[in-house]
Design a protein around this ligand. Structure first.
Ligand SMILES: CC(C)(COP(=O)(O)OP(=O)(O)OC[C@H]1O[C@@H](n2cnc3c(N)ncnc32)[C@H](O)[C@@H]1OP(=O)(O)O)[C@@H](O)C(=O)NCCC(=O)NCCS
Length: 278
C-alpha cells in the first residue's frame, strides 16, 4: 500500500533514504526548501521512500519538483501543502517531461507553462573572435551589472528585477568565481557580460553559460556572439570539454544565436503552472 507523509524538516535517516532520489533531482539555487512530501510503498519500498516531492518557496511564489516513482497522490499532497500555507502562484518543474508528467500535473490542476531548453556543445569552439573582457570585481561592479541585467531581462520572471541582495547571495555561493564572470565595456560603460558557472560534480563536468546579456543599447552588433565565445573560451581554459546553458524555448534571439554556434538541445525542463487557492 502506498502512503504519503509531509515533513517540514528531514532528519538524518530521511536524508540518507532520500539521497538516491535527491541526486537525480535538479538543485534549485534560488528557492528555500519548505517541505518534503515522501511516498512510501510498504510492499515494494525496501524501507526507503519510493518517491518524493520538494516544496520550495521562492521570490516568484512556490516551486515544486518531484523525483522517483511519483504518482497523483504525491503531487496532490505537495499542492495541498501550498494550499494550507495560503496558496499562491505555483510552478512545478519537471526534468525531461513525458506524457505521464503532463498528466500528473494536469491531475493536480497545473497547466503546461514554459519550456526551458538545456543546450550543450563540445569545447573548445575554435571560432576566432575579438573582444576585450575583464573579470567582475566584487564590491565595485554590482550597480552597473544590476542595471544592465535588469534592462536586458526586464521581461524575464527569474532573471529580471534582481537587486543587490540577490546578487550578493550569488557571490557567496561556493561555485562563484569572478574570474569566470566576464564584463565587456564600451567607453567605460558596461555593454554586456557573460557569467559562467562550473558544475564540477556533474558527469561529464559541465561549463555553464550561467547568465549572458547585451545591454539593449548595444544589441544586434555581434556582441552577444562574442560574449558567448569569450565565456566558452574561459571554460575550455579551465579544462572543461562540454559547454552548457539553459534558455527559454520562446527566447527566439537567444535560441537562434546558440543553435548557430553549434549548441544542440540536450533536454527540456518544463514548468507547469497554476494559482493554488487557499
Ligand atoms: C541574446 C542576446 C545576448 C544577443 O545579444 P546581441 O548582442 O544582440 O547578439 P548578436 O548581435 O551577436 O546577435 C546574435 C544573433 O541573434 C540574432 N537576433 C537578434 N535579435 C533577434 C530576434 N529578435 N529574433 C531572431 N534572431 C535575433 C541576430 O540576428 C544574430 O544572428 P545572425 O548573426 O544570424 O544575424 C541579447 O538579445 C540579450 O541580451 N537578450 C536579453 C537577455 C537574454 O535573453 N539572454 C539570454 C538568456 S539565455
Amino acid at each position: 500500500m502506498r502512503r504519503t507523509e509531509v515533513k517540514r524538516q528531514l532528519d538524518e535517516g530521511d536524508v540518507a533514504a532520500l539521497s538516491p532520489l535527491l541526486d537525480a533531482a535538479e538543485k534549485d539555487d534560488t528557492a528555500q526548501a519548505y517541505a518534503t512530501v515522501l511516498a512510501w510503498d510498504d510492499e515494494h519500498g525496501d524501507g526507503r521512500p519510493v518517491a518524493f516531492a520538494q516544496v520550495n518557496r521562492g521570490r516568484n511564489g512556490w516551486a515544486l519538483a518531484y523525483g522517483g516513482h511519483a504518482d497523483a497522490a504525491l503531487v496532490q499532497a505537495a499542492v495541498d501543502v501550498v494550499r494550507q500555507e495560503g496558496g499562491g502562484h505555483t510552478h512545478l518543474w519537471v526534468n525531461r517531461p513525458t506524457d505521464a508528467d503532463d498528466e500528473l500535473a494536469r491531475s493536480a490542476g497545473l497547466l503546461r507553462g514554459r519550456d526551458l531548453y538545456q543546450m550543450r556543445r563540445p569545447l573548445p569552439v575554435g571560432e576566432p573572435y575579438d573582444l576585450d573582457v575583464r573579470p567582475f570585481v566584487v564590491s565595485q561592479d554590482e550597480a552597473a551589472w544590476l542595471e544592465v541585467n535588469n534592462r536586458a531581462f526586464h521581461w524575464h520572471p527569474e532573471q529580471g528585477g534582481w537587486d543587490r541582495a540577490i546578487l550578493e547571495a550569488r557571490e557567496r555561493e561556493p561555485w562563484f568565481d569572478p574570474q569566470g564572470f566576464l564584463l565587456h565595456e564600451v567607453d567605460g560603460r558596461l555593454a554586456g557580460f557573460c557569467w559562467t558557472k562550473v558544475h564540477a560534480d556533474h558527469h561529464p563536468p559541465l561549463g555553464e553559460i550561467y547568465v549572458i546579456a547585451t545591454d539593449p543599447d548595444f544589441q544586434g552588433r555581434g556582441l552577444g556572439r562574442r560574449l558567448v565565445l569569450a565565456g566558452l573560451d574561459h571554460l575550455a581554459g579551465q579544462g572543461l570539454t562540454v559547454g552548457m546553458l539553459y534558455v527559454d524555448a520562446a527566447n527566439a534571439p537567444a535560441v537562434h544565436l546558440y543553435k548557430d554556434m553549434g549548441f544542440e538541445v540536450d533536454h527540456v525542463d518544463r514548468a507547469y503552472v497554476g494559482d493554488i487557492t487557499p
